[in-house]
Each structure stands twice: as structure tokens, then as C-alpha cells.
Design a protein. Structure first.
Length: 573
């Protein structure tokens, strides 16, 4: 951009505060040695000095990437200081500094746990203590800086998008790029930067959005397939016959693909839209095993996809499954471009999407203020705005917490009487502690509108029946779910909601499903067609949690092995 070409941009600030002179010297040595070339390192010996630095940065328009603070400073605790840091810089990463061995101190431990529970800090760090460099210290610092940079550093963007901020098409493209972890920066076509980028690319605002890649390629209103092709990624497999075909790349599908490929099965994963599915839109999952500081849904699922790739799995992106049939011992899937792929076994993990509000006035504003799902890509645009989130489960709570970093005020609308029945306790407590989040129970959205984008909502109190019109800049809807099973044949039995029946749920009066060809009843995750399994959100009575979906996906692979063994031994009726 013009600004980047005329002078070197200011380095983001990395601030550390500790009243222990010896500890601060070690911290400064580590930070300057590792990050001094890319960040402006500031170390303060008091909380008061740290506050002054934050105020100066705010006044000068500087970015603060990371703030580290000792927990037990005399003027204020580190947690209190980091709350002030967040008030000044809502998106800065924040970590408590504790001395080596202090984790065994009950007071310190309680302070860290309480601060994380209430969302006051992102994590904690053990102060540098062993011979330089302290790689344990740097591991956490680097991860925190990486998370900050993804959202703030335009120089790490893989592509730039110029479009109309109010356009539904622009929103769809940005959301798709974000869910697939393609780092991008959006520029409004009527902004100075947007106009300059269009001129450089030889384009006008007559047809938007315009996508520009780092290698100079320019795409006008491209499909996702065209963008992937421009990256040089092969989206169509050369072979058409596999041991296992996995339909869907959410957590369950990725787990099935990893375990299938790692256990020697030639495995194909088919995904129509984005790696990660609905889970990929979660801004922070804090209760997933092995990630004590939390992990975004997109990061978790992207790593899972890379893991599957390392084990040799084949992927088929940008196409969706449109049909399924049996052909002898093979199961054949028809894709949306008419091609067919086959497998000896299949796992359906197509997940579910959020239900619509069915409010006509708001449907017309989808993508221009009304968003289904967390829409992480829109969060920064909510700075200083009043936004609403509909839903009472974890996904809605995570969206509210993420939006609260940017929006002036977030209102969570819940149809029930409490959050406890459908939301994890840690999220409930974070929401209760957040100063700019309000929860309204027994409240529904019944109307709304605006000139070109959302400007107001009509809310109805389910108890009193009274309605109220409120100003609103955005509405994020995360309610219920509809499974993606409409493409399946009638032989796949489903419940009234469209979820796939498996295992014991298929038995009626102790009898197996009609047309069942094996001597043994369906396995736990097996559908009414032998060799076709279902896992994750698409399955009847599944637990709607990421960890549960991952577990089901991995268990399904073991059942695939059992099924293939039976077929090989000829155990049939």
C-alpha cells in the first residue's frame, strides 16, 4: 500500500512490566534478542510506568501486540494491570508473568485460574530462568504474537480483497477465505487504499470483489475454486477408487481421515466449502484437550488437515456430494461436477448449519449486517458498534466473547431462562464477567430492517409479549442446526429432523433395517446401508461438541476396519 511504500511502518509495541529488577533484566534480554528487530520492546519497572506507556501508545496511535505483567506488583496486581491494558487495546494479547516454581503457590495458582476464567488474560508465562535463550518462554510468546499478527498485520496477508463492504458477495468471500485460513485483508472500494489497489490492478469498481494475490494474479469476482486454482492447489484427485471415502471436513471428518490414512487405508476426504465446518468459525475453544490457553476452531482444524495430508490422505475440495449408491462391494459417490469416486467404506460427516430466523425483513439483509454463524471475518468491522448475538450454546457464547473485543456493546439474546443448560460453565462465567456483554433471556428477534444494511431490530419478550425496537449494527445468529443429509438416498434412514440413524437406533422391534445384508446387526456408528457410517453433528443424538465429534470420527475408522474384515471373510446373509 501507499503508506507501506513511502516509509517504514512503526513497529508494534511489546510491553513487559515487572518490579523485580533482576527478573525484568532477564525478560528484556530475551525479548530484545529475539523480537527487537520486528517489535518495539518496552520494559517498565512499575505498574505506573506501564500505564503511562499504554497511554502514550494510545495517544500516538501505536499498536500494542503483547503485554506481559508480573502478578504480584505492589501498586496493582498483574491481572488488574492487564484489564486496563485490554480497556486501552481490546485486541492486544495479555499474559501474566509468574516466577519459576510459583505455580505451586496456591495464591498464585488461584489468581491465574481466576484471570483466565474471567477472560482477563490469554495465558501465563514462567519468567526466564535458565541459560539464555529460554525457549520455553519464547514458545508461548511466539504463539501469542502469531495470533495477534494474523488479525493485525497486513504484511502477512496472502491476498487482498477490494469490494463493497455492504455487499453480501463480499461478505461471503471474506468469510470463506477466513474459514479456510487464507490470510487476507479487505479494502472498501470507495476508500483511498481500495481505489489505489484497483488502479494498480487495472480494474474499476464496476465489478467487485477484486482479489489480488501476492504473485500479482488478479481475479475478478472469483469463485472459491478459482482462488484455490490460482494458489496452485490440486483440488481434484487423480485416482477415483479408495478404501475409505470421508464426506465432510469438519472435526469428525478430519479425525476419520487422519486415523484412516495413518492406519493404511487409502483415504479421500471430500469437502464442498471450508475445512473445519461449523467448528472452524469458533474464535476460541478453551475446553479442547491439550490446549490450556485455548485454540481457534480454524487453527485446530487446519492443523488436523495438515496431519491428514502428512499421512497421505487425498482431498477433493470445492465439490459437494450429490448422490450415493452401492455398486457391488463398492460405494459410489457422485460429485457436483458429475464425476464419481468410490470406496469400500464411507463415513458421512457433513455436519449441520445454523437454522434461519425466518424473519423476511432480515433475510434480505444477510451479509449486510445479518450473519449466520460466528462470522469472525466481520469482527473488526464492529469496532464501536452495538451488536447482537442470538443463541444460548457454546458457539454463541464464543462469538459474543470474540465480538466484545471490538464492539462497544454486545447483547446475547437467549430464548431460554438461563445459559447453564446449554453452555459450558467457563463460558458462562466469562460472559458474566465481561463489562460490555449483556444477556437478555426469553427474548426473540421478530423483525428489523435498515436502508441497505441492518440498522434496527425488533425484539419480543416471550413472557410479557411486549416488543421493542433497538438500534443494531449487526446480528449474528447461532441457533439450532439443520443437518446436510438431503443428498442421501432414501435407504439411509433418518429421524424427523434429518439426522442419520445408526446402530441400535435402527432396530425396530429387535429387527434389523430392511435390506440389511450382513449377518450381524449394524455397528454403533453404522447406518442402514452396510459400510456407510455417520459421525459428528450429522448423526442422530450426537453430542454437539468438537471433542465428541473428533472421538466419533476416530471410532468410526475402527468400525470401518471391522466392516471390511467381515466383507473379506464373506460374512453375509
Amino acid at each position: 500500500m501507499k503508506v507501506e511504500e513511502t516509509h517504514t511502518p512503526r513497529r508494534p509495541v511489546l510491553l513487559a512490566v515487572d518490579d523485580d529488577a533482576d527478573a525484568l533484566a532477564k525478560i528484556e534480554h530475551e525479548l530484545c534478542g529475539r523480537y527487537g528487530s520486528g517489535y518495539h520492546i518496552v520494559c517498565e519497572a512499575s505498574a505506573e510506568g506501564g500505564v503511562s506507556t499504554l497511554e502514550r501508545c494510545k495517544a500516538n496511535g501505536e499498536d500494542v501486540a503483547l503485554v506481559l505483567a508480573d502478578q504480584w506488583m505492589p501498586e496493582m496486581t498483574g491481572a488488574e494491570f492487564l484489564v486496563r491494558a485490554r480497556q486501552a487495546f481490546p485486541t492486544t494479547k495479555r499474559a501474566l508473568l509468574i516466577a519459576w516454581g510459583a505455580w505451586g503457590d496456591e495464591k498464585t495458582r488461584e489468581a491465574v485460574l481466576r484471570s483466565m476464567t474471567f477472560g482477563q488474560i490469554d495465558y501465563y508465562l514462567i519468567k526466564p530462568w535458565w541459560p539464555y535463550p529460554d525457549e520455553m518462554f519464547h514458545r508461548t510468546v511466539t504463539e501469542l504474537l502469531y495470533e495477534w499478527a494474523k488479525a493485525h498485520r497486513s504484511d502477512v496477508a496472502e491476498i487482498r480483497v477490494v469490494g463493497d463492504r455492504r455487499s453480501q458477495r463480499s461478505h461471503e468471500l471474506r468469510d470463506l477465505l477466513g474459514r479456510n485460513r487464507i490470510l487476507n485483508r479487505f479494502y472498501a472500494a470507495d476508500s483511498e487504499e481500495g481505489r489505489e489497489l484497483l488502479a494498480r490492478a487495472g480494474q474499476t469498481s464496476a465489478r467487485l470483489p477484486v482479489v489480488m494475490l501476492l504473485d500479482g494474479q488478479v481475479l475478478v469476482d472469483p469463485s472459491y475454486a478459482e482462488i484455490i486454482d490460482a494458489f496452485g492447489v490440486r483440488t481434484r484427485p487423480e485416482r477415483r477408487d479408495f478404501d475409505l471415502v470421508v464426506i465432510g471436513a469438519g472435526p469428525a471428518g478430519l479425525a476419520a481421515t487422519v486415523y484412516g490414512a495413518s492406519e493404511g487405508l487409502s483415504t479421500l476426504i471430500v469437502e464442498r466449502e471450508a475445512v473445519g465446518g461449523q467448528a472452524g468459525t469458533s474464535s476460541l475453544i478453551r475446553n479442547y484437550l491439550g490446549f490450556p490457553w485455548g485454540i481457534s476452531g480454524s487453527e485446530l482444524t487446519a492443523q488436523a488437515y495438515l496431519q491428514a495430508w502428512v499421512f497421505g490422505a487425498t482431498s477433493n475440495f470445492t465439490l459437494e456430494a450429490t448422490g450415493l449408491r452401492r455398486d457391488g462391494d463398492s460405494l459410489v459417490v457422485t460429485l457436483s461436477d458429475g464425476t464419481e469416486v468410490s470406496g469400500r467404506a464411507m463415513i458421512i460427516v457433513t455436519g449441520a448449519s445454523y437454522r434461519r430466523l425466518e424473519v423476511p425483513d432480515l433475510e434480505a439483509l444477510q451479509g449486510t449486517g445479518v450473519f449466520y454463524g460466528a462470522a469472525i471475518s466481520e469482527a473488526q468491522a464492529m469496532k464501536g458498534q452495538d451488536v447482537y448475538v442470538v443463541g444460548g450454546a457454546n458457539s454463541a457464547g464464543q462469538a459474543a466473547m470474540h465480538l466484545s473485543k471490538y464492539a462497544a456493546h454486545v447483547t446475547l439474546l437467549v430464548r431460554g431462562r438461563s445459559l447453564a443448560a446449554s453452555m459450558s460453565d467457563y463460558l458462562v462465567r466469562e460472559i458474566e464477567a465481561a463489562e460490555n456483554i449483556e444477556v437478555r433471556f426469553r427474548t426473540r428477534v421478530v423483525g428489523g430492517g435498515g436502508a441497505g444494511r441492518l440498522e434496527r431490530l425488533v425484539l419480543k419478550d416471550s413472557v410479557s409479549g411486549l416488543t421493542e425496537t433497538v438500534p443494531a449494527s449487526a446480528l449474528f445468529v447461532l441457533i439450532g442446526a439443520r443437518p446436510h443429509t438431503e443428498w442421501l438416498p432414501e435407504e439411509i434412514q433418518r429421524d424427523k429432523g434429518g439426522y442419520i440413524l445408526t446402530g441400535q437406533d435402527l432396530l425396530k422391534d429387535g429387527r434389523w433395517p430392511q435390506g440389511w445384508t450382513l449377518e450381524q446387526p449394524p455397528l454403533l456408528l453404522e447406518s442402514s446401508i452396510p459400510g456407510v457410517f455417520a459421525a459428528g453433528d450429522v448423526r442422530h443424538h450426537s453430542v454437539k461438541r468438537v471433542a465428541s465429534a473428533v472421538g466419533e470420527g476416530s471410532i468410526a475408522v475402527q468400525m470401518v476396519h471391522d466392516y471390511l474384515t467381515k466383507v473379506k471373510l464373506g460374512i453375509r446373509n
